[in-house]
Write a protein that binds this ligand. Structure first.
Ligand SMILES: [Zn+2]
Length: 425
């Protein structure tokens, strides 16, 4: 009997797998690219631009052939000359995370898409400053003014493209972007032509990785007075909180070796202007920089750390080692949100273990609940609650936060994700 039962079980599993593969099959074609060249029309004329980035398609086989959706598209360039100076790091991401159906002709392999992209370049921050919102508690978020571009892309896959479990193929891109909503208006048009290698994966999107560049003050790792001693703990907590996205989305951080700045004056930041000078010291094009100082004299207004140019390739975080060693009694007023799980005793030496996880959420374009800054929506009571310097941000990840996270620097990588958000939306 046992043997027959086993055979029956194998057959029924086979049948249900077959049924599943016919009805719910989903495949992804994803690729990272470097060195795609194009033309950038600025107010100073035509410039040559070099771009890196990522592209991702969801591919659904159906009776009428394949249906293709553009699910991710990011472009980053080190910048181009404009009338007001060099643009600085320039980045574009899809305007929203809704899937864009492509018109696709399976015979020729040609697909075309129209979409909106969000454009940012550092010159906008230099000329316009940052957006500020009045909010309760810490003001730890300094989002950039951003522009929008209307995009048209023609994408050519090989003829008679077939889905596959593994392996890859090519996609030839021909892209034109035109400025549709201006803030500064120095960059008007971008055209790109290039070939991208794209790889197949089945059922789940592959991992998306964000590179992190720590920046500490000191002569090097053996300097006993160096800053950055809180970084590893804060980063471990951040990686752990974001790994809980697993069942919704696979997001990972990859941490570069720290850069040491031998400029002792930055150990204690005395003003926001000094923090701006510190941020200008290091720019790594493909990473989010995290500057860790010993402390800041204005820690209360930022909650001890802040994120600038959220959701763009220029995103930078400034924080301090005092996050794990808050002075007791805490010098700041308490801002524990009512929805937040019981806060640790405020005013008596809080430990902000999940502070960096929160700032990285801002780097990933996430707002505070209620969207005071107009960035992507997040869940009330999650880690994206602002908490101030004297309370930790909630140790709570949510499915919405995971889905809405975006940054043009996210690239496709390989990682296994098993975590599950604490709040399903
Ligand atoms: Zn915040």
């Amino acid at each position: 009997m046992g043997r027959y039962f086993g055979v029956w079980l194998v057959i029924s599993v086979f049948i249900s797998l077959t049924a599943f593969s016919q009805q719910g099959a989903e495949y992804y074609l994803t690729g990272n690219f470097k060195e795609i060249f194009g033309t950038v029309v600025t107010d100073k004329g035509e410039q040559r631009g070099e771009f890196f980035g990522t592209i991702g398609f969801r591919v659904v086989p159906g009776e009428k052939g394949l249906a293709l959706y553009l699910v991710e598209f990011n472009l980053v360039s080190k910048g181009v000359p404009t009338e007001k100076g060099d643009s600085g790091l320039l980045s574009l991401r899809l305007f929203d995370l809704f899937e864009k159906p492509l018109s696709y002709d399976p015979r020729s392999g040609r697909a075309s898409a129209e979409f909106q992209m969000v454009l940012h370049y550092e010159l906008i921050d230099r000329v316009k400053g940052f957006r500020r919102a009045e909010g309760k508690g810490e003001l730890d978020l300094f989002p950039s003014f951003t522009e929008e571009m209307k995009g048209k892309a023609s994408i050519r896959f090989p003829e008679a493209l077939q889905v596959a479990e593994t392996g890859g193929t090519t996609a030839d891109l021909d892209l034109t972007l035109e400025l549709s909503t201006a803030v500064l208006g120095s960059i008007r048009k971008i055209s790109l032509v290039g070939r991208v290698r794209v790889d197949w994966t089945r059922l789940r999107q592959p991992a998306q990785v964000l590179k992190i560049q720590p920046v500490f003050i000191g002569t090097g790792p053996t300097d006993p007075n160096r800053t950055g001693v809180a970084f590893n703990t804060l980063m471990t907590r951040a990686s752990e909180l974001w790994s809980r996205c697993g069942t919704v989305r696979c997001l990972k951080f990859e941490v570069n070796n720290p850069i040491y700045l031998n400029k002792p004056a930055y150990k204690v930041l005395e003003s926001e202007t000094e923090a701006a000078s510190l941020r200008a010291e290091v720019s790594v094009a493909d990473a989010v920089e995290i500057f860790v100082v010993e402390r800041m004299t204005f820690a209360c207004s930022w909650g001890g750390g802040a994120c600038f140019s959220a959701g763009t390739a220029s995103a930078k975080i400034v924080t301090c080692d005092q996050q794990l060693n808050v002075p007791a009694p805490c010098p700041c007023p308490s801002f524990c949100p009512a929805t937040c799980p019981p806060c640790p005793p405020c005013q008596t030496g809080a430990v902000n273990s999940y502070h960096l996880a929160h700032e990285l959420g801002h780097a990933l374009n996430l707002d505070h609940p209620g969207q005071p800054y107009g960035l992507a929506a997040v869940t009330v009571g999650s880690n994206m609650e602002p908490s101030g310097f004297c309370c930790d941000n909630p140790n709570v990840q949510s499915a919405k936060n995971c889905r809405n996270a975006s940054n043009p620097l996210l690239y496709w990588g390989t990682a296994l994700c098993f975590g599950r958000p604490d709040i399903m939306d």
